[in-house]
Write a protein that binds this ligand. Structure first.
Ligand SMILES: [Zn+2]
Length: 401
């Protein structure tokens, strides 16, 4: 019969374009939850979403909780679920299990009524998740001919209590959507405040990864698009890759363990809508190259928001992520100041100091260990003639990559 660990999710409650979810669990699972309710608010959506059926509107909270049931070997009970999504869970779970062979993926999902919501979706409608960073900006530009509808989540990288930070970030996104004449959807969600990540991390020590990165963020972020895509018949949800085929080659692996991966995201299906893990054939540096090319050719302005050091919603222009991005833009022979950074050449000396002494500044500054450094330096080294006057870049040309 069933194991004793049980999670029940009630029928979603709908009010003013907010979906509320109530969860109950057996006491042995209490410690993995910070609370037992959750919500998703489609904050700037004018369409009434009340017609979205239960078996679709339950998917977001279900995606957040499924990994808990797998790892804790718990049984989830729900009333209704879309047939296509129900079937896609099997492949997603199997692929997670292949990705993380050191832990077992168990648990069950019991659905009272599995419904085939066979609905007409528009093959030519695309909805990418957009945060303003390199990956998602590339994905939008890479699909710009399809007039993509931007979806942004307040509550993902930007915490829901950071009103000021969200104001700044949503301004950046608004400007981008105006600049490119694209529709946008803002979704506020407390999905990162539901689970006790500290406790869950203790259960997956064997995989040497954390809950959010390893198990949560891929399917949970995608699931935030499900309700709106269903309502608006958007046939394709896009999620930007952060790794690339070249990363696989360089690491000599077939899969990079990460909760957002082609072998997870591309298996996420519901009704007649599919999900595309976009941009996997491009390195981050190639993405930066494509963005600056497009911006120059089409005379557009883009603020590339990469920094999560400061919650202000703006780039700090000094953390490792900001520095790599500024260097990446410079390597494309472009001025980082045009892309949302405060750059002057003294930053190059600071970067040199830090990458020369990573033991003082942290492993991310170690160019042999941190991601993407190599690809940035390679790009500089392609044209030594162009850079030969720049004395504070000389060290880059002395590097043996
Ligand atoms: Zn920064």
């Amino acid at each position: 019969m069933f194991n004793r660990k049980i999670i029940e999710i009630d029928k979603p409650i709908f009010k003013n374009n907010v979906f509320f979810y109530n969860i109950s669990t057996t006491y042995d699972l209490d410690k993995y939850f910070l609370k037992k309710d959750s919500f998703i608010d489609y904050i700037d959506v004018k369409d009434d979403l009340s017609s979205v059926p239960e078996g679709i509107s339950i998917i977001p909270v279900l995606c957040n909780i499924l990994p808990v049931s797998w790892i804790m070997d718990a049984t989830i009970f729900i009333d209704e679920l879309d047939k296509t999504f129900f079937e896609s869970i099997k492949a997603i779970k199997e692929n997670f299990s292949m990705m993380f062979p050191k832990i077992e993926f168990k648990g069950r999902l019991i659905v009272k009524k599995i419904v085939d919501y066979d609905r007409i979706f528009m093959e030519d409608k695309y909805m990418p998740f957009f945060s303003g960073g390199v990956d998602s900006t590339f994905t939008v530009i890479n699909n710009i001919d399809k007039k993509p509808i931007l979806a942004s989540i307040w509550g993902s990288d930007m915490p829901i209590d950071e009103t000021e930070g969200w104001k700044n970030l949503s301004n950046i996104i608004n400007q981008f959507s105006k600049e490119f004449d694209l529709e946008k959807v803002f979704i506020k969600s407390d999905f990162r405040e539901l689970l006790n990540i500290r406790k869950l991390n203790e259960e997956i020590l064997a995989i040497n990864d954390n809950w959010w990165h390893g198990l949560q963020h891929g399917i949970s972020i995608i699931s935030h698009g499900v309700i709106y895509a269903y309502k608006k018949q958007i046939g394709n949800i896009l999620i930007a890759s952060s790794h690339s085929t070249r990363d696989l080659e360089e690491r000599g692996v077939e899969v990079i363990p990460c909760g957002s991966s082609p072998i997870i995201d591309n298996y996420f299906k519901f009704s007649n809508c599919k999900v595309i893990h976009d941009g996997f054939d491009f390195t981050r540096q190639e993405k930066i190259g494509k963005i600056v090319d497009y911006v120059n050719t089409n005379d557009k302005k883009v603020y590339i928001k990469v920094c999560w050091e400061s919650i202000s919603g703006k780039n700090c222009s000094s953390c490792v992520k900001c520095c790599k991005s500024m260097l990446g833009i410079l390597a494309e022979k472009q001025d980082p100041n045009l892309f949302g950074f405060e750059f002057d050449e003294s930053i190059l000396d600071e970067v040199y100091e830090k990458v020369s002494n990573p033991e003082n500044y942290g492993v991310y500054w170690d160019i042999n260990k941190g991601n993407y450094w190599k690809h940035i330096f390679e790009r500089f080294q392609e044209d030594p003639e162009y850079w030969k006057e720049k004395k504070n870049l000389k060290w880059i040309f002395d590097l043996k990559l």
